[in-house]
Design a protein around this ligand. Structure first.
Ligand SMILES: Cc1cc2nc3c(=O)[nH]c(=O)nc-3n(C[C@H](O)[C@H](O)[C@H](O)COP(=O)(O)OP(=O)(O)OC[C@H]3O[C@@H](n4cnc5c(N)ncnc54)[C@H](O)[C@@H]3O)c2cc1C
Length: 384
């Protein structure tokens, strides 16, 4: 067993860490206030090869491994969760899913511009009446000659309003449950396909979120992603990837919260000594350090399995479940260390606290992760 990073992994970590410190951390507050995604910074990340870190070189990526993928997500999560979220959606949910299920033409058309940071994608699974129970979706895709006609609404879709391509799931057979779902690639300009932005989120305010309204959107059969009726498998494989970078991003945000708390604990004087010298403050710090290390190890173990192409749904869910809960505890505890000063915009903790809340809710809630882990242990599905 070797816990050390390789030279390549350390080089990626150093490069992204320096970029985040210079270009992202100092500006994240303003992006949050303006609810504005910094496209220029995203383009710079694309030019550096960071966005395509885990995409094969044939598709304009850097062809690096899953540990490098996690390192990028962790470092982005350190500076700005909105930006880490865009990385997760573009690469984990969209590009990697097209690479796994797409035709040669689909891969060549959609993946390189995403890897270069010049195109955005989104993943439309959730609907107003179906979230955790994705198989209960109401959207339909009715065959009409060489086309499918999509109808229905998708809710809470990251990048809905800015995506050039959307992976959308709809029922081609309304009576077949999960086996009746098919995935489609829908181009932005498709008529009858309209995004509707959602504003005033409590967190991830720099990131676009919206609804997708499908009202008779005609999509050619060549735009089907994976076989007809295999959409649920496409959707779940995408989540296996995305939960991994969500977990890694949580580790990064928790690390940022810890670093702020450590600096403050050394400087703030109460009862004639730095508060870091009080045992109960050290307890808060110690718990944060321990849980961050635990989270990082869970992420890297899932990445180690992914590198070998081994099954990893259980391990990825464990990493996502633990890290998403852990980052909320870390932000809470870091705020405790800063006392009243944490409650203002003077420190970035208030934004981290707000941004972190989403992690136990999306990509499968904590309860859904527990049910997947429970099923893996018991061999009994709680979903049926
Ligand atoms: C900012 C944001 C971005 C998002 N981005 C995307 C995106 O890009 N693409 C996309 O498709 N979706 C996206 N989502 C949607 C997100 O994945 C869903 O909100 C999530 O899956 C939960 O679904 P729901 O909100 O309908 O909650 P529900 O499924 O209604 O769950 C409500 C509560 O019931 C619990 N529950 C449900 N079923 C069970 C069960 N069987 N056992 C125990 N407890 C259960 C849940 O854990 C939860 O606590 C996003 C959401 C947000 C807020």
């Amino acid at each position: 067993m070797d816990f050390a990073l390789t030279e390549e992994q350390m080089a990626v970590q150093k490069m992204v860490r320096e970029f985040v410190a210079k270009e992202i951390t100092p500006n994240a507050k303003q992006w949050d206030i303006e609810e504005k995604f910094p496209l220029n910074v995203w383009h710079k990340l694309g030019d550096l090869g960071v966005i395509g870190t885990a995409i094969p070189e044939d598709y304009e990526g850097s062809g690096m491994d899953y540990i490098c993928h996690a390192i990028v997500a962790e470092e982005l999560g350190y500076g700005c969760s909105s930006m880490r979220g865009s990385y997760s959606v573009n690469i984990s949910l969209v590009a990697k899913t097209i690479l796994k299920w797409g035709t040669a033409e689909q891969k060549q058309k959609y993946v390189p511009p995403i890897a270069l940071g010049r195109s955005f994608g989104c993943y439309g699974l959730t609907e107003p009446d179906s979230g955790s129970n994705a198989a209960g979706m109401k959207s339909t895709a009715e065959k009409d000659g060489d086309y499918y006609v999509l109808s229905g609404n998708k809710m809470w879709i990251t990048h809905a309003d800015v995506s050039d391509v959307s992976i959308v799931f709809a029922k081609t057979d309304k009576n077949a449950g999960a086996r009746g779902i098919t995935a489609f690639l829908v181009d932005k300009e498709t008529s009858g396909f309209t995004p509707q932005p959602i504003h005033e989120k409590i967190g991830l305010r720099a990131q676009d979120t919206g609804e997708l309204i499908m009202d008779g959107a005609r999509v050619h059969k060549d735009q089907m992603l994976g076989p007809e009726g295999k959409g649920f498998a496409v959707a779940m494989s995408a989540l296996d990837n995305a939960r991994y970078t969500v977990a890694a991003g949580c580790v990064g945000t928790a690390q940022a919260a810890l670093d702020i708390a450590k600096n403050y604990a050394r400087e703030r004087i109460q009862f004639d000594k730095p508060i870091g010298g009080h045992q109960l403050v050290q307890q808060l710090i110690a718990n944060m350090v321990m849980e961050i290390e635990m989270g990082r190890m869970l992420v890297w173990r899932a990445g180690w399995l992914k590198n070998q192409g081994a099954p990893n749904t259980r391990e990825t869910c464990m990493a996502k479940y633990f890290c998403s809960e852990m980052v909320n505890r870390a932000c809470f505890n870091a705020m405790q260390v800063l006392g009243g000063y944490s409650f203002s915009g003077e420190y970035p903790l208030e934004r981290m606290y707000r941004d972190s809340r989403i992690n136990t809710l999306y990509e499968g809630t904590s309860q859904i992760q527990q049910l997947i882990i429970g099923n893996a242990e018991l061999g009994i599905s709680a979903f049926v």
